[in-house]
Write a protein that binds this ligand. Structure first.
Ligand SMILES: Nc1nc2c(c(=O)[nH]1)N[C@H]1C(S)=C(S)[C@@H](COP(=O)(O)O)O[C@H]1N2
Ligand SMILES: [Mo]
Length: 442
């Protein structure tokens, strides 16, 4: 083994899978082939495993077998699933966080994802009364209150409305990173930042439905209500409702998933996830907010002096490095790809800076892929790691000029009573062996 190679249990899953080949273990294959450790398999000269991707590595040898038998037939998987080698890439709970799994949250495994769209089956799930099961044929959406003409729509009515759109947006729960307000706590970006997903929605503008009903001049707020056991309700200002909200029935090219509100959910771009009512069944127009539970005792930010910020709808710019991170340690010295995600509820991400030394030096990361307003943006920093300790941080800036604050800056203004709207800069400590921890810098 070269000194760049981590012990067996730290090998990437693909290598572990290789050495677990049923017919011939890697060690036995090496012996059988007369290749002792240290012999280069490809090319001549000493192996420089790890420093440059693709450099000859005596520990990696071709594995026979895959070409010798037929693979599974097309009908083995009528609805495709990820490779069995990806079985650890799943949503996870923090079991001590909530009293029951019906009023709880699971977290997106950000450390295992790339690109910008969150795969539907990995989108974090948050609900207050379990996942409702709604028969699309029996589904109805009512609009009433301060409107000229109260209306009840079927799913088919919504699907045949003119002006259907496709829009990618992030949804972040206001409580994302909420457990980190008083200090570094959870070891993994899945748990510190995983109450977010970025999905392409298909639906119609909420404005289309409101215009059909005819909002009376006095109508200034819209109450959105869910058809789940929580009967979740939120008040939305009419300006937002008429601006860019969607009544969505599709996600990532197919019907909404049950846990994401099948058959219809509200999309409220850039605003806190709680307002994105799932299993949407009622919209009531009124002249003032309703002061429901989820906008008073919850989703209100308690400040240090006992006063509260309320109606803090917009999610400010935020970012996190997803690799390396505690669940995705560095495995090799030499060439490495640092990556992460950034988002802002106020617009598009303009720039992301990354530091490897706790904020002494910053480098502008490369933004790659879709970079639209209020959608998740992917960034990369290709770097060489000599094996030294790193303090990794990322700092996002949006196109309004807003810069993601440090946690200290945030606490100076907001105190530590709140659990909501923590968009402070995250620090990961990467140790010499590649293992990574959630820390804070003084
Ligand atoms: N009907 C209903 N809508 C709901 C909720 C709920 O419990 N019931 N939870 C809200 C909260 S707190 C969040 S953060 C988002 C989560 O959306 P997701 O489950 O698609 O991640 O849905 C919101 N919409
Ligand atoms: Mo939430």
């Amino acid at each position: 083994m070269s000194d760049n190679t981590l012990p067996d249990n730290k090998q990437p899953p693909a290598d572990r899978a290789r050495s677990a080949e049923p017919s011939l273990s890697r060690r036995r294959f090496l012996a059988a082939a007369g290749l002792g450790a240290g012999a280069a398999v490809v090319g001549a000269g000493p192996a420089r495993a790890g420093s440059v991707p693709g450099a000859p590595d005596p520990n990696i040898v071709p594995v026979p077998g895959w070409t010798k038998t037929l693979g599974a037939p097309v009908n083995a998987n009528p609805y495709g699933k990820p490779s069995k080698f990806e079985k650890d890439v799943v949503r996870r709970e923090v079991t001590w966080l909530t009293a029951s799994s019906e009023s709880s949250v699971s977290f997106t495994p950000l450390y295992a994802l790339d690109g910008t769209i969150t795969p539907s089956g990995l989108c974090f799930v948050r609900h207050h009364g379990g996942e409702a099961e709604i028969d699309p044929d029996k589904y109805r959406l009512m609009i009433h209150g301060m409107v000229d003409k109260p209306l009840v729509f079927t799913l088919e009515d919504i699907r045949r409305m003119p002006g259907r759109v496709n829009r990618a947006y992030f949804l972040e729960c206001a409580a994302n990173s909420g457990m980190e307000w008083r200090g570094a706590q959870l070891n993994g970006c899945q748990f510190t930042h995983g109450m977010i997903h970025n999905v392409q929605y298909t639906g119609v503008p909420l404005r289309t439905l409101l215009d059909m009903a005819g909002v009376k001049p006095k109508g200034k707020w819209v109450l959105a209500e869910g058809a789940d056991a929580a009967v979740m309700t939120r008040s939305i200002p009419i300006e937002k409702a008429l601006d860019d909200c969607l009544v969505a029935f599709g996600m990532n090219g197919e019907a909404l998933r049950p846990e994401q509100g099948y058959p219809v959910r509200l999309v409220v771009p850039g605003w806190e996830g709680n307002m994105w009512v799932k299993w949407l069944r009622r919209l009531k127009v009124g002249d003032q907010p309703w002061q429901q539970r989820e906008e008073t005792s919850k989703y209100t930010d308690l400040l240090a002096d006992g006063r509260s910020r309320r109606f803090t709808f917009i999610m400010d710019a935020k970012s996190v490095v997803t690799n390396p991170s505690p669940q995705a340690p560095l495995k090799q010295k030499g060439a490495n790809v640092l990556t992460g995600v950034a988002w802002s509820g106020r617009g598009a991400i303009k720039r992301v800076d990354v530091t490897l030394d706790g904020g002494r030096n910053w480098t502008t990361a490369r933004i790659e892929g879709p970079n639209t307003s209020r959608a998740m943006t992917r960034f990369y920093l290709d770097f060489d790691w000599a094996g030294q300790e790193l303090m990794v941080q990322s700092r996002a800036m949006d196109d309004t000029g807003y810069v993601q604050p440090t946690k200290q800056e945030l606490r100076a203004i907001r105190g530590t009573n709140s659990i909501y709207h923590n968009n402070g800069i995250q620090t990961w400590l990467v140790r010499g062996n590649g293992e990574t921890e959630n820390v804070e810098v003084g």
